[in-house]
Design a protein around this ligand. Structure first.
Ligand SMILES: Nc1nc2c(ncn2[C@@H]2O[C@H](COP(=O)(O)OP(=O)(O)OP(=O)(O)O)[C@@H](O)[C@H]2O)c(=O)[nH]1
Ligand SMILES: [Mg+2]
Length: 319
C-alpha cells in the first residue's frame, strides 16, 4: 500500500511532539538529503539548541559502544532522555560493527526514553557529518536531553562529527599502542574529555599516567577548560559518575561566554559542510557538455574545464 506523502515541513510539529514514526521519517529524509527536506531542516535547526550533543570517538575496539551503553543507563537514571547516532564509515571492513553496537545497546531497546540510530554513510566529502548533525538537530527538537554521536576516530569526517559536538570524548584503550594511535589519528587535540577505557585491566593505570603527562605538556586552552583524563570501566561500572559530572561541567562551560568561539566554530563548520553538499548536488545536475571528451583528448585541461562548470552556476540565485 502506498502511503500518502507527508511534506517534510508537516512532519516538524510531529517531531516536536516526540512522535517516533515522524522522527524516523524525517531522519531518513535528512540522511538522503533531498531538496524537499531542506526547509524542514532549517526550521528544525532554528528550533533546536536544548540538547547536549556529545561526541564519542576513538580507535576501533577502544570500548566506545560499551561506554555509550553505560552512559545511557546513567543518564536515564537521572531521568534524561538519550539518543545515540552511531556513525559507521562506509568501509566494508566495518560491516559487523553496527550489529555489535546494537547488541551492546540492546538493554535499552524497550525504553521510549532511548533512541538509537545507525548512520551508514552520507556520501563523499563531508556528507556524513552534514547528515549526522542534521539528525542531532531532529533529536534535539524531539526532546532528547542528550544526543551522543559515536564515531570511529579514523577518517577525518568521523572525527569532525565528534568535534562538532558540544563535548567531545576521546576514548583510548589501555596499552602502549592505543595512546600513540590516538595521537597519530590527530584526535588527541579534539578531546574535551579523555577516557581511558577498560580501567579494570591492570595496564590502564600506566596509560592514564601517560595521558596525564601528555596533557600537562599541552598549552592552556584559550577557553580555560582543563582537559581531564578519566579512567572508566564499563564492565565494573567505575568512573561513570565522574564522567557524567565532567560532561555536565563542560556543558555549562560551553554554554557560557567561554564557549563562544567554540559555538561560532561549530556554526562555521556546519555552514561549510552544508555548502559542500549543496554545491556537489548542484554541480551534478549541470547539463552535460563536451568537456569530458576534450579533457580526455588533452585538448582541454581539468582546471579550465572545472572553471567553466563553476562559472556555469555562479550568479545563479537558486542553489
Ligand atoms: N575489560 C573490559 N573490556 C571492555 C570494557 N569495555 C569494553 N570492553 C571490551 O572491548 C571490546 C570492544 O568494545 P566496543 O565497545 O565494541 O568498542 P568500540 O570502540 O565501540 O568498537 P568499534 O565500534 O568497533 O570501533 C569488547 O570486546 C568489549 O567487551 C571494559 O570496561 N573492560
Ligand atoms: Mg562501537
Amino acid at each position: 500500500m502506498n502511503r500518502v506523502f507527508v511534506p517534510s515541513l508537516d512532519l516538524v510539529p510531529r517531531v516536536a511532539a516526540g512522535e517516533t514514526a515522524a522522527i524516523a521519517r524525517l531522519m531518513a529524509r535528512a540522511e538522503s538529503g533531498s531538496e524537499e527536506v531542506r526547509a524542514a531542516l532549517g526550521e528544525v535547526y532554528r528550533g533546536a539548541g536544548r540538547a547536549h550533543l556529545i561526541g564519542v570517538t576513538g580507535p576501533p575496539g577502544s570500548g566506545k559502544s560499551t561506554l555509550v551503553g553505560r552512559l545511557i543507563g546513567r543518564l536515564r537514571a537521572l531521568d534524561r532522555r538519550v539518543a545515540v547516532v552511531a556513525v559507521d564509515p562506509s568501509s566494508p571492513y566495518s560491516g559487523g560493527a553496527i550489529l555489535g553496537d546494537r547488541l551492546r545497546m540492546n538493554a535499552h531497546s524497550e525504553d521510549p526514553g532511548v533512541f538509537i540510530r545507525s548512520l551508514a554513510t552520507g556520501g563523499a566529502g563531508g556528507g556524513l557529518s552534514r547528515a549526522a548533525l542534521d539528525l542531532g538537530d531532529i533529536l534535539d527538537v524531539a526532546g532528547f536531553d542528550a544526543v551522543i554521536f559515536e564515531t570511529v576516530g579514523v577518517g577525518q569526517d568521523e572525527v569532525d562529527v565528534a568535534r562538532a559536538s558540544h563535548t567531545t570524548i576521546v576514548v583510548s584503550a589501555p596499552g602502549l599502542g592505543d595512546g600513540i594511535q590516538a595521537i597519530k589519528a590527530g584526535i588527541l587535540e579534539v578531546a574535551d574529555v579523555h577516557v581511558v577505557s577498560k580501567a579494570d585491566r591492570p595496564d590502564a593505570a600506566a596509560t592514564l599516567a601517560d595521558l596525564a603527562i601528555m596533557l600537562d605538556r599541552q598549552p592552556a586552552r584559550p577557553d580555560g577548560w582543563r582537559v581531564p583524563a578519566l579512567g572508566v570501566s564499563s564492565v565494573a561500572g567505575d568512573g561513570l559518575d565522574t564522567l557524567v559530572e565532567t560532561l555536565d561541567r563542560h556543558r555549562t562551560a560551553f554554554a557560557g561566554p567561554a564557549g563562544e568561539a567554540r559555538r561560532a566554530g561549530i556554526a562555521a563548520f556546519r555552514i561549510a559542510r552544508t555548502a559542500d553538499t549543496l554545491l556537489r548536488e548542484r554541480f551534478a545536475t549541470l547539463p552535460p557538455d563536451d568537456a569530458e571528451r576534450r579533457v580526455a583528448a588533452r585538448g582541454l585541461d581539468p582546471y579550465a574545464a572545472a572553471a567553466r562548470r563553476v562559472r556555469a552556476f555562479m550568479g545563479e540565485d537558486d542553489v
